[in-house]
Design a binder for this molecule. Structure first.
Ligand SMILES: *Cc1c(COP(=O)(O)O)cnc(C)c1O
Length: 369
C-alpha cells in the first residue's frame, strides 16, 4: 500500500512557528516571566516597528482587525446617521465595523480585474450622509489609492484603509496603511503577518488621532481610572506583541516566498482557460490569496478536495447578499461583485508552500479545467 499524499492546506501557521521557534519560544517565556502582560514595552516596540515598516507616522495596537476598523471609524467621528462606503466584495468585518460604529454601510462595486473598490462606483454612491470610505486592499494588492484618495479629498471624506490582507503591499511607492487617515491591520493566524491568536493594529497620520485611538482601546482612559469618554477594551497583549515582533522581522522574506508561489502558479496555469489574478503594476502584491476565476470553479474545487488539496471561496457571497444585509439591499445590483462571487477560487498560497505542492495543485486544475 502506498501512503496517501500529504494534504495541502491554505495556510501553515504551525510551519511558520517551527521555522521561527528558536526565537519565538524564548521570547514568549521572557514575557511570561516578566509579569507584564498587557500594554507594555513589547507592544510599544511593535507599534514603532510597524509604523516604520508601513511608513505611517503612528501605530496603535489593538486586539483584532475588526476592532481596528471599528475604532478607526470612531476616531473619525463616524456615528449614527452617517454612511460609510465599502466595497461589496470583501470579508464581512469591513462592513460589520461600520454597523458597530452606529453608521450604515453603503456597498459599492469593485474592479473586475483586481476585485478592489471601483473609484467610479465609489463616486456614484456618495450622498449627503457619506462621511467616510473604507478601501480594502483585497487579497494582498492595494486598491487604486491615487483615484480613491482624490475622490475622498474632493468630497471631504475620511479615507480608511482595510489593509488586513495587505501588510507590505505598495502602490506608487507608498505602503498599505500609509495612504489614508487610518490604516487597519489584522494579525489573525492566517494573515501574512500573524499572531498566535487575535491581534490587530491601526496606523494613522495625526498625533491627535493616535491619542484618541489609545484612549478608545483602553476604556476611554488616558490616566489611570480617569475616563474622558466611553471606550472599549481592545488592548493587545504582550505575548502576541512579542510573537509579532519576531515574525515582522521575517515578513519581507515570507512575502517574497508568497510572490514566488504566485509566479509558479502563473507559469503553470498560463495556457489554461482560466483567469489568473491581475496585477495593477503599480507596486508589490503580497499574495495573501492567489485567486483564479473560472466557470468550472465548483468542479475544480471538488477535484482538489478529493486530492487532499484545500481551496476556498473568498467570497462566495458579496456583502449585499449576506443574510445580515440582504433585506436592506434587496434592490441593489452590483454586477461585478456578483459575477466574481460565482467564479472565484482561492488556491493554497503561503510562505512554506514548495514547488512540488504547487505542481500537484496545478495538475488537478489542468485535468479538470
Ligand atoms: C481578516 C480581515 C478582517 C478582520 O480581522 P480580524 O483580525 O479577524 O478581526 C477585516 N477585513 C479584512 C479584509 C480581513 O481579511
Amino acid at each position: 500500500m502506498t501512503a496517501a499524499p500529504a494534504t495541502i492546506a491554505m495556510a501553515d501557521p504551525a510551519g511558520e512557528y517551527r521555522l521561527l521557534e528558536r526565537e519565538i519560544a524564548p521570547a514568549v517565556l521572557r514575557v511570561l516571566a516578566s509579569g507584564r502582560y498587557i500594554l507594555g514595552a513589547e507592544g510599544e516596540a511593535l507599534e514603532r516597528e510597524i509604523a516604520g515598516h508601513t511608513g505611517a507616522a503612528h501605530a496603535v495596537a489593538m486586539n483584532s482587525g475588526t476592532d481596528a476598523l471599528h475604532l478607526a471609524l470612531r476616531a473619525c467621528g463616524v456615528g449614527p446617521g452617517d454612511e460609510v462606503i465599502v466595497p461589496a466584495f470583501t470579508f464581512f468585518a469591513t462592513a460589520e465595523a461600520v454597523v458597530h460604529a452606529g453608521a450604515t454601510p453603503v456597498f459599492a462595486d469593485v474592479d473586475a480585474r483586481t476585485f478592489n473598490l471601483d473609484p467610479d462606483s465609489l463616486r456614484e454612491n456618495i450622498g449627503p450622509r457619506t462621511r467616510a470610505v473604507i478601501a480594502v486592499h483585497l487579497f494582498g494588492q492595494c486598491a487604486a489609492m491615487d483615484r480613491i484618495a482624490d475622490v475622498c479629498d474632493e468630497r471631504s471624506l475620511a479615507l480608511i484603509e482595510d489593509a488586513a490582507q495587505a501588510i507590505g503591499a505598495d502602490y506608487d511607492g507608498g505602503r498599505a496603511g500609509s495612504f489614508g487617515a487610518f490604516g487597519c491591520f489584522s494579525f489573525y493566524p492566517t494573515k501574512n503577518l500573524s499572531a498566535a491568536g487575535d491581534a490587530g493594529l491601526v496606523t494613522c497620520r495625526r498625533e491627535e488621532d493616535r491619542d484618541v485611538l489609545r484612549m478608545l482601546r483602553h476604556h476611554g482612559s488616558r490616566e489611570p481610572y480617569l475616563h474622558d469618554r466611553v471606550g472599549y477594551n481592545s488592548r493587545l497583549d504582550e505575548v502576541q506583541a512579542v510573537i509579532l515582533r519576531v515574525k515582522l522581522a521575517a515578513l519581507d522574506r515570507f512575502n517574497d516566498a508568497r510572490g514566488r508561489v504566485a509566479a509558479m502558479y502563473r507559469e503553470r496555469l498560463a495556457t489554461l482557460p482560466i483567469e489568473l489574478p491581475a496585477e495593477h503594476g503599480r507596486g508589490r502584491h503580497v499574495y495573501h490569496q492567489f485567486t483564479i476565476q473560472t466557470g468550472r470553479r465548483d468542479a475544480i474545487r471538488g477535484a482538489l478536495g478529493e486530492a487532499g488539496i484545500a481551496s476556498a471561496l473568498f467570497y462566495a457571497l458579496p456583502l449585499h447578499r449576506q443574510p445580515a444585509f440582504a433585506d436592506a439591499c434587496r434592490e441593489l445590483v452590483l454586477p461585478v461583485a456578483e459575477r466574481a462571487a460565482g467564479r472565484v477560487l482561492s488556491l493554497p498560497v503561503h510562505a512554506l508552500l514548495d514547488e512540488a505542492s504547487v505542481e500537484r495543485v496545478c495538475a488537478v486544475i489542468r485535468a479538470n479545467v
